[in-house]
Design a protein around this ligand. Structure first.
Ligand code: SF4
Ligand code: SF4
Length: 425
């Protein structure tokens, strides 16, 4: 009997404090300022819930193949934690995953080298001690990382982390600041000149940040398309969302049977779990640009559970509420004349666009595409043949294609302020 490969992704807002100021951040400025690591009690609750969720797949669903499990911890700066908190976090990862997942921990790399080094060392030593598959993920803050003085410490911190972990991951939350500071061509050059293996791009407009996104949304989608097209010319590093979108397109595009699509949507909800900072549990999906888009309160969605519920009840609800949610999503798309007849409807439904459709700035029902995202799908479809030949280079390991992984042992080179050819030293 053929086994179905399953890739599980779990996003957890266990830590919201961050000194960064990315305009495309999922969190509010207040959350970044006041946030802290979950208390030991909350960490314990969450670990029990996540372990129960993973047990469901590893034990009860043994007829399926678990291909990868990714635990995204963030989106705050875990280098803000004191040593005891780092120990608590590692204990949490061990308890929640039983070493069955790759943990990706967000960090901002903003700070004095000596302090960052000591914390990186602690993360590394504890991961080795517990045999954890753990990767730091550095968020590229375009404003701070372009400042001359800041560049030096930023680069030094990231370089040290790479020598310790063998690779570092880098991600960009796209917002007005990024597309105004860096052109797609410049970013491409930075990636090539620094021999990066992968870039993770995310677009996550929320109900708090939608007014920031509103004036630049079309420009942002154009920026992504331009970057995608530049990348596709030689594909000399991985682009996180491209292979996933392509796979999803292959899976669902052209399917007219509502029952089939409903089933695919339901499975995408089962396989992608998101826990907000207050312990509420939400479904999530792959992002149209990004790895994980939560169907969470940040997008005006209701929770489907809470980590304080017993695992049995919580899991029961989690799995059973997916079908009504899939029906709701289908109905929403059927109500829009444009979406109903759109050739990308199924892909759109499978890639977290439903999260965006509730945001105020996006309610443009008269437009040809209410989300104004169709040109991106079209660009990817146009390149499907080229991508097909490239697909073999990708693994379905989301821990790997979730973010940039710096490949070589060369320096980490920062973007130049004005000339994309000038390497940072
Ligand atoms: S580094 Fe991450 S958490 Fe901090 S502001 Fe930027 S996107 Fe937000
Ligand atoms: S691409 Fe646009 S028109 Fe097509 S289904 Fe998505 S939102 Fe609707």
């Amino acid at each position: 009997m053929n086994k179905t490969p399953i890739n599980l992704q779990i996003g957890i807002e266990n830590m919201t404090r961050c000194p960064g100021s990315c305009q495309g951040c999922l969190m509010t400025a207040e959350e970044r300022k006041t946030g802290r690591l979950w208390s030991p009690d909350v960490l314990k609750c969450a670990a029990t819930w996540i372990k129960g969720y993973l047990d469901h797949w590893f034990i009860n669903q043994s007829q399926d193949t678990i291909e990868s499990v990714s635990l995204f911890l963030g989106p705050g700066d875990h280098l803000e934690l004191v040593d005891d908190e780092i120990r608590q976090l590692i204990d949490f990862i061990v308890a929640a995953t039983d070493n069955r997942a790759t943990a990706i921990v967000t960090m901002s790399a903003i700070g004095k080298f000596e302090i960052i080094k000591r914390k990186i060392d602690l993360f590394y030593d504890l991961s080795v001690h517990y045999g954890l598959s753990l990767f730091p993920q550095f968020v590229f803050d375009p404003l701070k990382s372009m400042r001359n003085l800041f560049k030096i410490s930023y680069a030094e911190n990231i370089t040290y982390c790479r020598t310790k972990f063998g690779s570092v991951e880098l991600t960009i939350n796209l917002g007005p600041d990024v597309i105004e500071k860096i052109s797609p061509k410049q970013l491409h050059q930075i990636l090539v000149e620094n021999d990066f293996r992968q870039i993770e791009l995310n677009i996550l407009p929320t109900n708090q940040s939608d007014q920031i996104f509103k004036p630049i949304w079309i420009k942002l989608i154009d920026w992504v398309i331009e970057f995608y097209n530049r990348w596709d010319l030689d594909q000399n590093y991985e682009l996180n969302f491209a292979p996933v979108l392509y796979e999803i397109m292959q899976l669902v595009q052209g399917q007219n049977l509502t029952q089939q699509i409903r089933s695919h949507i339901k499975e995408s909800l089962w396989h992608n779990l998101y826990i907000e900072n207050n312990g509420h549990i939400f479904y999530a999906q792959h992002g149209v640009v990004g790895n994980l888009v939560p169907l969470s309160s940040r997008f005006n969605r209701l929770p489907v559970g809470h980590i304080e519920e017993t695992v049995d009840k919580g899991l029961n609800d989690y799995f059973h509420k997916a079908e009504p949610m899939a029906n709701k999503m289908l109905a929403r798309y059927m109500r829009s004349a444009h979406c109903h007849h759109c050739e990308f409807r199924n892909t759109c439904l499978m890639t977290g666009c439903f999260s965006f459709i509730n945001l105020n700035f996006i309610k443009n029902e008269d437009a040809d595409c209410p989300l104004m995202i169709k040109p991106l799908f079209a660009a990817i479809e146009n390149r499907q043949q080229e991508m097909q030949s490239y697909q073999g280079l990708f693994s379905r390991n989301y821990a790997q294609h979730s973010s940039i992984v710096e490949r070589s042992s060369g320096r980490f080179l920062m973007p130049p302020e004005s000339d994309a050819h000038v390497k940072f030293k």
